[in-house]
Design a protein around this ligand. Structure first.
Ligand code: SF4
Length: 866
């Protein structure tokens, strides 16, 4: 039965990953999973479930700013238009650019693409989706002639063999992973294979883990294709490769034989891949090596089978649909086909439509550093952090004469370099559509008022276009009008498809575009009211004929994928990726204490056998040819020998020395232009700190309290600053920064270099500062819990200064973010007899919320003595 708040809730969509979960939201209540949404059927992961805690206005950009001063919208839009005018006059169309984001709604994306390619006359619009799935797009286009994901989420559940390649689905697409595990629980004969150098949370519950050498995926799938050919499947000689697969992948022959036999003998196979595959200098070949195996066996377009790329971002797919990548046109039209360019030019009434591809992300920032970009408009993304070789990107941002940023957040690392800041609506405020990884278009609806002077991105673009003389082509009254226009663009190709299938024309006779599967013609005439009420809708949606469902691609090409050894094989290899409870540069998730508890500090994970003189818990420098980062070291046997792993989330705002992209190679895939974020050669050395410490207090003091500093919300109204430095310990300076006067309790041991201090007000703990000569410091979790006490008693005061727990279990990291259950509590439950995930849930509540921690519970169960 539905409660009252569910009936009044707004149906919208999660703004995080490409699963695209439906959400029921109210202005002042927690969000809930939408039981009616096909992607999640009511489920949410830890990030989605915490959305209600992220809608506050803290850190928001609320007013336009020009050169550091508040400005009116008119003044800021005039300055933006003038910046573009100047850059066009000085450099021509190739000297202006937009760098946009998979966070944009499809309508915003469409407006940005039309503005850039249609009217600025340049292909220079690229998206941070370039970092996410450009290799999958390129692979699809090579194999299918169009960017098509043939399968549906239901196929993942109906597969008898599911292969996850370069995808820690349990952390990065948790609801999809939960759906798969639920399907496997119902059909235990379903097999799951994980192909990943790391033993990730996704390996829990899998039947086989292939811990292949980083970068060797093409060899694995080329070897599989060869096995399929020998088993009788038709594989053209031009595609076949004779490779020493065990030597190249590092996998033993028995494991390879099992994998190859399972694939060969199982009809219903889905191979799912994501960023671990795409973020590679051979990412496109990896995608095609996977697709080749499905095409050779005909396992595509039927229930429970097919290659399946999942996107990282909530609307990466929408960006692909509108062509907001430098080498694509709107509506899956092709910039290489003159007839398609002509059709779009006529439709948009855009005589200056770009006729050649623009600069891809890494190329764009190189051009900017070389002084070739006069105006750059960044939308809803943070390239100063998220792009590789970030020192180069920051040099480029400083060099651009007019840098515009439209965003929700005021203080991002990129905002520091922008002359013009334009406040955009955020999640919960804006209105439009997103498309998830299975081609389902869902509405994101606003349920909160627009804060300050924030405006929709499409409105901002239209206003600038009007100032540049193109107002008639951008005169949309609302997002619904943009969606209708976007849907109509997809029909530019469909016209000819219909003519061909009706026999009115023969192929090659018509100069109009070749047919595309992507077709939203059936939505091109939606009324505003129908758009407002649009339910989740899977494309294609033609005016006539079958809609949605799985697709059998009309074009299917096997593509040669010659194996290339990754550069720098043999060095210590840095891989980067995501954490379970964080999203991108943490502008949203980094504000939620319970999401920070799973990983409160930036940590480098390394196999214990590679540690040499590095000490667990100490700080380690990760140094490459491009830069360096400093992170806390965790030894983890799940990391393969010769590699290390670092999360990509930390920024200048939270841990300036721990921005891992400062060290990441700018190498890219030659076809997709996607950066190689999984294979940077590095050296690891100890960070020479003379002191370490932490400061817990009731207000954030920034992330520059020492040579190394990491800031995190530790509990509601409590902030944790982890600090280290190479000069003398700055006890007095930290006391001054705190601004609470002399400490209530203090202990100073000159001989050992230890300083401990606590500030109490009316018996409540206000702050605690601990400094010491090394990284071994008192546990933080218990100290943090003291901030919730109404009064600190004398026993606790002594324990506080001693940094020792008075009694109780030793502190340990939080595993279940929903219920704040620590690993120690879960271990205690297992020791007391809980022998499966359900029993742990009954004893501790862990795993009974969003379920994102279930793989970690399974891992703890596996470690328990029989
Ligand atoms: Fe959002 Fe989690 Fe669903 Fe992804 S899996 S869309 S992050 S709730």
């Amino acid at each position: 039965m539905m409660d009252g708040s569910l009936l009044t809730a707004t149906r919208t969509t999660c703004p995080y990953c490409g699963v695209g979960c439906g959400i029921l939201a109210t202005p002042d209540g927690p969000v809930r999973g939408d039981p009616a949404h096909p992607a999640n059927q009511g489920r949410l992961c830890s990030k989605g479930a915490a959305l209600g805690e992220t809608t506050g206005l803290e850190g928001r950009l609320l007013h336009p700013m020009v050169n550091g001063k508040r400005a009116s919208w008119d003044a800021a839009l005039d300055a933006t238009a003038e910046g573009f005018r100047r850059a066009l006059a000085e450099h021509g169309p190739d000297g202006v650019a937009l760098y946009v984001s998979g966070q944009l709604l499809t309508e915003d994306y469409y407006a940005a693409n039309k503005f850039t390619k249609g009217f600025l006359g340049t292909g220079n619009i690229d998206s941070n989706s370039r970092l996410c799935m450009a290799s999958a797009v390129a692979g699809h286009r090579r194999a299918f002639g169009e960017d098509l994901v043939p399968g549906t989420y239901e196929d993942l559940e109906r597969a008898d063999l599911l292969i996850l390649v370069g995808s820690n689905l349990a952390w990065c697409h948790p609801v999809l992973h939960q759906r798969i595990l639920a399907a496997k629980a119902l059909r235990p004969m379903m097999r799951i294979v994980v192909v990943d150098p790391r033993r990730t949370a996704s390996c829990e519950g899998a039947d086989l883990h292939l811990a292949l050498r980083p970068g060797s995926d093409v060899a694995l799938f080329a070897g599989l294709l060869e096995h399929l050919a020998r088993a009788g499947f038709a594989v053209p000689d031009a595609i076949r490769q004779s490779l020493d697969v065990p030597a190249l992948t590092g996998l033993d022959t028995a494991q390879l034989a099992i994998f190859q036999e399972w694939f060969t003998r199982t009809e219903r196979v889905v191979t799912l891949w994501s960023q671990g595959t795409n973020q590679s200098s051979s990412g496109t070949d990896k995608a095609n090596a996977i697709i080749n195996c499905h095409l050779a066996t005909g396992r595509i377009g039927r229930p429970g089978m097919g290659p399946f790329s999942v996107t990282g971002q909530p609307n990466a797919m929408g960006g692909r649909e509108v062509g907001a990548l430098a080498n694509m046109l709107a509506g899956h039209l092709d910039a290489d086909k003159p007839e398609e360019v002509s059709a779009l030019r006529a439709f948009w009434k855009a005589p200056n439509l770009a006729t050649k591809p623009g600069l891809k992300a890494v190329e764009l920032f190189r051009a900017a550093e070389a002084g070739r970009i006069g105006a750059l408009w960044v939308m809803a993304t943070n390239p100063a952090v998220s792009l590789p070789d970030s020192a180069q990107v920051r040099r480029a941002l400083r060099r651009i004469p007019t840098l515009i940023l439209s965003d929700c957040h005021a203080g991002s690392d990129t905002a520091e370099h922008a002359q013009i800041l334009l406040p955009a609506l955020g999640w919960g405020e804006k209105d439009g559509t997103v498309t998830n990884s299975e081609r389902v278009i869902s509405r994101q609806r606003g349920f909160l008022p627009a804060p300050g002077e924030a405006k929709p991105d499409w409105w901002i673009i239209a206003q600038v276009a009007r100032r540049l003389g193109w107002g008639a082509q951008f005169a949309w009254p609302n997002a619904a009008a943009i969606f209708r226009e976007h849907a109509a663009v997809t029909e530019l190709a469909r016209d000819r498809a219909d003519a061909l299938s009706s026999g009115r024309e023969s192929p090659g006779q018509d100069p109009r575009p070749a047919p595309r599967v992507f077709d939203l013609g059936g939505l091109a005439d939606l009324t505003d009211a129908e758009y407002a009420a649009l339910p989740p809708t899977q494309w294609p949606v033609p005016r006539r004929g079958a809609r949605g469902g799985r697709i059998t691609p009309p074009v299917q090409r096997l593509v040669p994928t010659p194996f290339r050894l990754p550069e720098h094989s043999g060095a210590m290899i840095l891989m980067t990726g995501r954490l379970r409870d964080q999203w991108h540069t943490m502008t949203r998730t980094g504000r939620v204490p319970r999401l920070m508890q799973h990983a409160p500090e930036p940590v480098l994970s390394l196999n214990p056998a590679d540690a040499a003189d590095l000490i667990e818990g100490a700080l380690v420098r990760v140094v490459s040819a491009w830069g360096e980062a400093v992170l806390r070291l965790a030894l983890d046997p799940a990391i393969p020998r010769g590699a290390c792993f670092a999360p990509m989330h930390w920024t200048d705002q939270l841990a300036p020395r721990a921005r891992i992209n400062a060290a990441v190679t700018p190498a890219t895939d030659p076809i997709s232009g996607q950066p190689e974020l999984k294979h940077t050669p590095v050296t690891l050395t100890p960070f020479a700190a003379r002191w370490h410490g932490f400061l817990l207090c009731r207000q954030p003091l920034g992330a520059r309290l020492g040579d190394w500093c990491a800031l995190a919300p530790a509990a509601p109204g409590v902030f944790r600053h982890e600090i280290a430095g190479s000069d003398a310990a700055p006890f007095e300076a930290l006391v001054e920064a705190l601004g609470e006067g002399a400490p209530t309790l203090a202990l100073r041991a000159e001989a050992t270099g230890e300083h401990r201090a606590a500030w109490l007000r009316d018996g409540r703990l206000i702050a605690a500062l601990f400094l010491g000569p090394d990284h071994v410091l008192p546990p933080r979790e218990w100290l943090i819990s003291l901030f919730a006490e109404a009064r600190i008693g004398s026993a606790a005061r002594h324990a506080l200064l001693a940094g020792l727990l008075p009694d109780g279990p030793p502190p340990s990291p939080t595993l279940c973010a929903c219920h704040g259950v620590s690993a120690a509590t879960i271990r205690a439950a297992i020791a007391a007899g809980a022998d499966d995930v359900a029993a742990i849930g009954a004893a501790t509540c862990a795993g009974t919320g969003c379920g994102s921690c279930k793989p970690e519970l399974t891992a703890l169960l596996a470690l328990a003595p029989a």
